[in-house]
Design a protein. Structure first.
Ligand code: HEC
Length: 252
């Protein structure tokens, strides 16, 4: 669609029947691929495991682009048969709307596959702070339970680095979220508690981390990073001492 928009600009400067035909054919290809993309998106959505809100906005932007493309194709087809400036301008107007919508579709799609933070992850700190507001995700240092919260402030970065992209706000693989105490206590699909405060050996969270690297249940899955010995020790210590998490903690 972007190429079609660019060709429209070229045509405006340098009119020619041949270029008009190219625009017509390119639009047909683009609209067909939009339909295909939407179909694949809907199939992937059935699979689940994505952040529901992000999926919803991605779907809405995607469907908007699809419908507008279909109508635009209709206008262009009409224009192809009886050359009319009015139809052509209608087509161009819709094309402009599509060009404006595409970055939104792309951005929400990026959030789904790379996580909500992908866009800003490597941005310079001042830009990041400006767009996100004050830095969050600094767990309270002093709670009712100062000592335990100190442990949590060391444990959270490990979970965040190693687990959250699959078990957090964006995806909840195996139906488990590590940023949610309730979810950890109940456990995921296996219905085995991921966290048993005071008992690391019964906590499946520790068990799956300690599995051999070629075991199919090892976490993170093979090739998706590995928790270091030092980090496991921290996690075990945290669970042994009661696995304190700030009240109502929700990742952010
Ligand atoms: C690359 C994605 C990914 C990462 C990273 C990841 N996991 Fe998983 N995890 C999965 C998938 C997928 C499943 C579901 C496995 C299945 O159903 O066979 C799962 C399942 C689990 C389960 C079992 C849940 C249940 O009750 O069925 C636990 C516990 C778990 N992960 C813990 C962790 C921990 C702890 C980390 C970080 C150290 C982590 N995972 C990192 C993808 C990931």
């Amino acid at each position: 669609m972007l190429v079609v928009a660019a060709l429209e600009v070229v045509w405006h400067r340098n009119r020619g029947a041949e270029l008009r035909l190219i625009i017509y054919r390119m639009t047909q290809v683009a609209v067909a691929s939009t339909l295909g993309t939407v179909a694949v998106g809907i199939l992937l959505k059935q699979d689940g495991g994505y952040n529901v809100q992000v999926v919803e906005s991605h779907k809405n932007y995607g469907l908007a682009v699809m419908w507008i493309s279909v109508v635009a194709m209709g206008l262009l087809t009409w224009e192809h048969h009886r050359s009319s400036a009015r139809l052509r301008n209608g087509f161009r107007g819709l094309l402009a709307v599509i060009v404006l919508l595409l970055p939104l579709v792309g951005h929400s799609g990026g959030k789904m596959t790379h996580g909500t933070e992908f866009f800003l992850k490597h941005a310079p700190a001042p830009i990041k702070n400006w767009l996100e507001g004050e830095p969050r995700n600094v767990p309270a240092e002093k709670g009712a339970n100062g000592g335990e919260n100190r442990l949590w402030s060391e444990v959270w970065p490990i979970l965040k680095e190693r687990c959250v992209k699959c078990h957090g706000p964006d995806k909840d693989k195996g139906d488990l979220r590590v940023d949610d105490r309730e979810s950890l206590l109940i456990g995921g699909e296996s219905e085995e508690p991921a966290l048993v405060p005071g008992d690391p050996a019964k906590s499946s969270l520790i068990r799956v981390i300690l599995l051999p690297q070629d075991h199919e249940e090892v976490m993170p899955p093979k090739g998706k990073g590995q928790v270091s010995a030092e980090e496991v020790t921290k996690l075990i210590e945290w669970i042994q001492k009661g696995a304190e998490m700030p009240n109502g903690f929700r990742g952010e």
